[in-house]
Design a protein around this ligand. Sequence first.
Ligand code: KIV
Ligand code: NA
Length: 269
Amino acid sequence: MKTIKQLLSMKKDNEKISMITAYDYPSAKQAQNAQIDTILVGDSLGMVVLGYDSTVEVTIEDMIHHAKAVRRGAPDTFVVVDVPFGAIGIDLATDIQHSIKLYKDTKANAIKIEGAHVELIERCTKIGIPIVSHLGLMPQSVGITGYKLQGSSKEAGNKLIDEAKQVEQAGAVMLVLEAIPSDLAKVISDKLTIPVIGIGAGKDTDGQVLVYHDMLNYGSEHIAKFVKQYGDFSKGEEALKLYNKEVKDGIFPSEAHTYKKKIMGENNA
Ligand code: KIV
Ligand code: NA
């Protein structure tokens, strides 16, 4: 498993860091077998796995349920778990309680917080919870911003640079930047010591993250410009259609998938 220290040196050595989302045991196992550096149990699970309209409906319980399965599938990979909408931003004591619960129950290596919650990042860091910050497009705030490019004006860009410095100062161990102009992402990556992982932020960040279901064309309805599809799990539907037809036509099961009477009770493996 990559440690935070190793991820830091990867940045120093200009070695790119890979991250993929995973939400269950088999996808986590695939990510670990593929030797991807880090896994994110993203609250994107609300949309790609649970069928919600946005990440806003995802609960702490949802995150814990899925993150535990991911931990079992990838025991030797650095796992980050998203703090879902509504779990923080209440008051500092409650925010800390929820952060502790998520970290403790999932055995994650870090938790990810959307927005520059500087005081919370400081406090979590102080009690030993590694924090990944998430700035730029923040899907939990989609009711305010919509799904659109962030930081494109000079003021917005400067504000983002300031916030990135603040979260690093507060103790964040990594930063995710979503949907911002690539030149701004480069400036921020250069200014920070901690690794910056981009999604829709160009090639000059210290690493990249993609959503599993988007990059594998697995039931995702809207594919953003920044997504590259590396596989096509939609083909699974053809397999289901064939199965359906073979059952109806009496083709499945054939001999090969049938126990013979002769071996029943003897060698019935
Ligand atoms: O929830 C998620 O998948 C994310 C990534 C897109 C960074 O936060
Ligand atoms: Na997320």
